[in-house]
Ligand binder design. Structure first.
Ligand SMILES: Nc1ncnc2c1ncn2[C@@H]1O[C@H](COP(=O)(O)OP(=O)(O)OP(=O)(O)O)[C@@H](O)[C@H]1O
Ligand SMILES: [Mg+2]
Length: 182
């Protein structure tokens, strides 16, 4: 098996304004993530970390666009896929997002619905992907919250996002992204 699970080669993602000016948010980044290892991308605010991550999952919104490079994903099953080369509507992207690669978004309030309890939202994610009943999904969800360091997860499970601190909300989003075992 290839030693790296993800390899980004010379990735370039630009935002082009109506006047034709290109903002080179990501301009030739290359890195690879060895199987079973962790890679941290560190840099000053605005240097392009989020746009790099969005590019990997093909979530860059217009007027942003990947203008060059490769994003080679090498899952355990199936061959290598160049995510940068896929069309926006390629079905493989749905399989990759969440199932193989998961993103923890930077602003949890935009990722969480304000009108549903965090428990309902975590359970929905579980029920969507696993053939289990509501009671089992609840137990899995509470376990996941405990794993990511949430205090009193049983009580927190039935609370709404606005009742939680910023750090707790971030943990909820992390828990939701781990549910699919990406
Ligand atoms: N939708 C967009 N339209 C135009 N420019 C954008 C857009 N999103 C990001 N940018 C620009 O791309 C550059 C990289 O932004 P990015 O969000 O990747 O930074 P970051 O490294 O994640 O910063 P932070 O540490 O603050 O989260 C910035 O100059 C930003 O202004
Ligand atoms: Mg960012």
């Amino acid at each position: 098996m290839h030693p790296s699970v993800l390899e980004v080669r010379d990735l370039r993602t630009h935002f082009v304004s109506d006047e034709g000016q290109a903002l080179r948010a990501v301009d030739g980044i290359s890195f690879s993530i060895p199987r079973g290892r962790t890679l941290a991308l560190v840099g000053e605010s605005g240097c392009g970390k989020s746009v790099t991550s969005y590019s990997i999952l093909r979530l860059v919104q217009k007027p942003g666009r990947i203008v060059g490079g490769q994003v080679l994903l090498r899952p355990r099953q199936g061959g290598e896929i160049d995510l940068a080369a896929l069309r926006d509507d390629d079905e493989r992207l749905y399989d990759v997002r969440g199932g193989k690669v998961s993103m923890i978004f930077q602003e949890p309030m935009t990722a969480l619905s304000p009108v549903h309890t965090i428990g309902d939202q975590i359970m929905e994610a579980i029920l969507l992907h696993q053939p289990v009943g509501r009671e089992a999904a609840r137990r899995t969800g509470i376990d996941m919250l405990r794993k990511v360091g949430m205090s009193s997860p049983e009580r927190r499970f039935d609370q709404f996002p606005h009742e939680l601190s910023g750090g707790m909300r971030q943990r909820v989003v992390i828990a939701m992204s781990l549910v699919f075992r990406p």
